[in-house]
Design a protein around this ligand. Structure first.
Ligand SMILES: *Cc1c(COP(=O)(O)O)cnc(C)c1O
Length: 430
């Protein structure tokens, strides 16, 4: 007998092999399809990527780089990784790319290990002003390993002021400057960051995790060719499988490759790398560019209607895929905002605003992004309707019963844009 006989456990569909997990997979699919997803770091990946990530490539060990592996049987996965590398190179026009990082955080860890030594000074955007925890938060590896100095936004404009950052860089004299953010609604000026880095003899790393899709689609300036090293995630605006990648000048290529493996990781996730190859390939299509442009147009429409309805936005608007609602002048906290929107059928996250006086578990802001709804097919008129729902939900006088009525409105809108209809209509859960 074989353990793959039709009756054996290894041949069973998940609905038979593990009904508890099967039910949860189905429930999560229905949750994603049944609410309006506006977490700015999330998106919906395509069916082809889901298939690759659920493929037999998960079985393969492939430590090392294509054609230089530490395991046999890598001839097929070598071609998979070659395709991912070739397509990423074509999308971003980089000298070199490593597609193996398991996540954005791991990509950053690898990049730092090449660019600085433990204890070295680094400047990064502080988390409280929109940076990422891997840019120097004290309890993160980055803040423990390196001497991070956080830069922030201007108290008046809530935008990055490049003159302030220049002054701080001359004082701190960092070895590395990190540019990139998780909750900043404006375009980042990469050439200005590079000028500052050159003036103080620092290297520049750009972490473009949030805007990678916008960069690939030509709707946000590219850091490639400006920063010494560029790190990213695949799964935010780019819409690929959950993971990371690193691009760099030729000078750092060997260092970056060695930092990822054997420096930090063991075997690469070849099923995910196949998903990356698919996602990078899709970046090269007109459809992808149109979607990225629409993500930004949708966010502009969202911002306009929120502001018209009296909702404060950090910096008064947006250039990219996200807005940061500032509730600090209202009786509502960020936590209240997140809960009210959840009740209204819209998924977001509470988020600190610059100079927030509330703790990170409460906050005074809500971060809202348009990438996922754009992927579902919504356009600016739909986002105006979403904005009207959000504005009403965030009006302090709106009662719970009104939030339920808003949920019906957001549900009706979502129903016009079916998510994964091929999966929803299948009897198998995924
Ligand atoms: C999301 C994000 C990351 C980390 O990505 P993970 O895959 O969650 O580890 C790193 N940097 C920035 C700026 C991010 O927004």
């Amino acid at each position: 007998m074989s353990f793959f006989d039709p009756e054996s456990q290894l041949s069973q569909d998940v609905s038979v092999a593990d009904p508890a997990i099967a039910t949860l997979l189905r429930r999560e699919l229905e949750r994603q399809a049944g609410t309006l997803e506006m977490i700015a770091s999330e998106n919906f990946t395509g069916i082809a990527v889901l298939q690759a990530v659920g493929s037999v490539l998960t079985n393969k060990y492939a430590e090392g780089l294509p054609h230089k592996r530490y395991y046999g049987g890598c001839e097929v996965v070598d071609e998979v990784e070659d395709l991912a590398i070739a397509r990423a190179t074509q999308v971003f026009g980089c000298d070199h790319v490593n597609v193996q990082p398991h996540s954005g955080s791991t990509a950053n860890e690898a990049a730092y290990s090449v660019l600085v030594q433990p204890g070295d000074r680094v400047m990064g955007m502080s988390l409280a002003h929109g940076g990422h925890l891997t840019h120097g938060l004290k309890v993160n590896f980055s803040g423990r390993m390196y001497e991070f100095h956080g830069y922030g936004v201007s108290p008046e404009t809530h935008r990055l002021d490049m003159d302030d950052i220049r002054r701080q860089a001359h004082e701190v004299k960092p070895k590395l400057i990190v540019a990139g953010a998780s909750a900043y609604p404006r375009t980042l000026d990469f050439p200005a960051f590079r000028d500052i880095a050159d003036e103080v003899g620092a290297r520049l790393m750009v972490d473009m995790a949030h805007v990678a899709g916008l960069v690939a689609g030509g709707v946000h300036p590219s850091p490639v060719g400006i920063a010494h090293v560029v790190t990213s995630t695949m799964h935010k605006t780019l819409g690929g499988p959950r993971s990371g990648f690193i691009m760099c000048d030729e000078e750092f290529a060997t260092g970056i490759d060695r930092a990822v493996f054997p420096g930090l990781q063991g075997g690469p996730l070849m099923h995910v790398i196949a998903g990356k190859a698919i996602a990078f390939g899709q970046c090269l299509t007109p459809e992808f560019r149109e979607r990225q442009q629409r993500t930004v147009d949708n966010c502009a429409a969202l911002a306009e209607v929120l502001v018209a309805n009296g909702i404060d936005l950090v910096t008064g608007g947006t250039d990219n895929h996200l807005v940061l609602v500032d509730l600090s002048k209202t009786p509502l906290t960020g936590k209240d905002g997140e809960e009210r929107l959840e009740r209204a059928g819209i998924t977001v996250n509470k988020n600190g605003v610059p100079f927030d006086e509330r703790p990170p578990t409460v906050t005074s802001g809500v971060r809202i992004g348009t990438a996922a709804l754009t992927t579902r097919g919504m356009g600016p008129d739909d986002l105006r309707e979403v904005a009207a729902i959000i504005a009403e939900a965030l009006t302090p006088a709106t009662a719970d019963a009104d939030l339920d009525a808003l949920r019906a409105r957001s549900g009706a809108l979502g129903a016009r844009f079916p998510l994964y209809p091929q999966l929803i209509n299948e009897t198998t859960p995924v």
